[in-house]
Design a protein around this ligand. Structure first.
Ligand code: ADP
Ligand code: MG
Length: 294
């Protein structure tokens, strides 16, 4: 097993973070001292998974997964069906809590806080760690009300004006605004499949998550809708930490910075996506990414 990529990654991970056009004065003052990134080239990961095991009843489906996930990157989880990708993804926002018989052990630190601790407020955790599923699942409500849903239940806006602004902002972030701005009161179910999936992304973004988990978000979509989702994922990474499960290796190669290959509940290899696809260190990874088994 190799999982040493966390020790070899360069601070270039932050190259995609937006740079302010005008430097604030205090940044000038600081710039005379050495860059913090040079002193500490390995800032702590956004999500630090250590020895995570998951069970359904007595059946162990994740074997001591250790993996560091960094901010402003897209991390793709690949591997054959049943290898534990969805279980792993769901453990990152405690969604396995709602699966009967499921149990997760080990440590998952998000910003250094152990989210598996019983004292964690899971409602707040799931606001911070949003999720988008394979099958888009808009509520049978208007487009507007779908996006406003989480803002309303979390009482995140103080006026109708602010609510409208946040809905618009979220629809723009999900690259859907131009298609729906004139029909916000129409049912979300009147949208196409690809639009519904972008609506679900807008709904997830509305509550200002830091991390977005996507479980095969494009696998039910046609190629054009898939391309839009992939472009969107690429755009979103400058503001979020994104973890995506995909069974489509070309998609992993196109959208992700880091790829983690799972097999039979174990993490076989994790590394920069180009390395995983061109020079994997494990034979099993090579066999999988070259399509020798699936
Ligand atoms: P993947 O997403 O890679 O296809 P999953 O995480 O869905 O894999 O499944 C991993 C293993 O856990 C599989 O053997 C699957 O049958 C089992 N599993 C998944 N969900 C449940 C469940 N709700 N109850 C029992 N077993 C489950
Ligand atoms: Mg799955």
């Amino acid at each position: 097993m190799t999982n040493d990529y966390r020790y070899s990654m360069q601070p270039q991970a932050f190259a995609s973070a937006p740079t302010p056009a005008v430097r604030p004065p205090e940044a000038e003052a600081r710039s005379t001292s050495p860059e913090p990134s040079l002193k500490n080239p390995e800032p702590s990961p956004k999500i630090d998974v250590k020895d995570v095991r998951a069970y359904y009843g007595t059946n162990r489906v994740l074997n001591n997964i250790t993996l560091a996930i960094r901010t402003n990157e897209v991390t793709a989880l690949i591997g054959p069906s049943g290898c534990g990708k969805s279980t792993f993804l769901r453990s990152l926002n405690r969604m396995n809590d709602v699966v009967p018989g499921a149990r997760v052990e080990g440590t998952i630190l998000i910003d250094n806080q152990d989210i598996l601790a019983p004292s964690v407020d899971v409602v707040d955790l799931r606001r911070r760690v949003g999720m988008v599923f394979q099958k888009s699942n808009p509520f049978p409500k208007s487009i507007f009300d779908n996006v406003a849903f989480g803002l309303r239940i979390n009482r995140m806006t103080r006026s109708r004006e602010e609510l409208r602004g946040r809905v618009e902002q979220s629809l723009k972030a999900a690259a859907l605004w131009d298609e729906v701005r004139d029909r916000l009161q129409m049912s979300a179910l009147s949208l196409s499949g690809g639009q519904q999936q972008r609506l679900c992304i807008a709904r997830a973004l509305a509550v200002e998550p830091e991390i977005v988990l996507m479980d095969e978000p494009a696998s039910a979509l046609d190629p054009i809708a898939t391309q839009r989702i992939e472009e969107l994922i690429y755009d979103l990474k400058s503001r979020y930490t994104i973890v995506i499960v995909t069974h489509n290796m070309q998609q992993a190669a196109r959208v992700s910075d880091v790829t983690a290959f799972f097999w039979l509940g174990s993490l076989v290899e994790c590394g920069r996506t180009d390395q995983i696809f061109t020079a994997p260190s494990q034979k099993l990874t090579e066999d999988y990414v070259t399509g020798r088994f699936g």
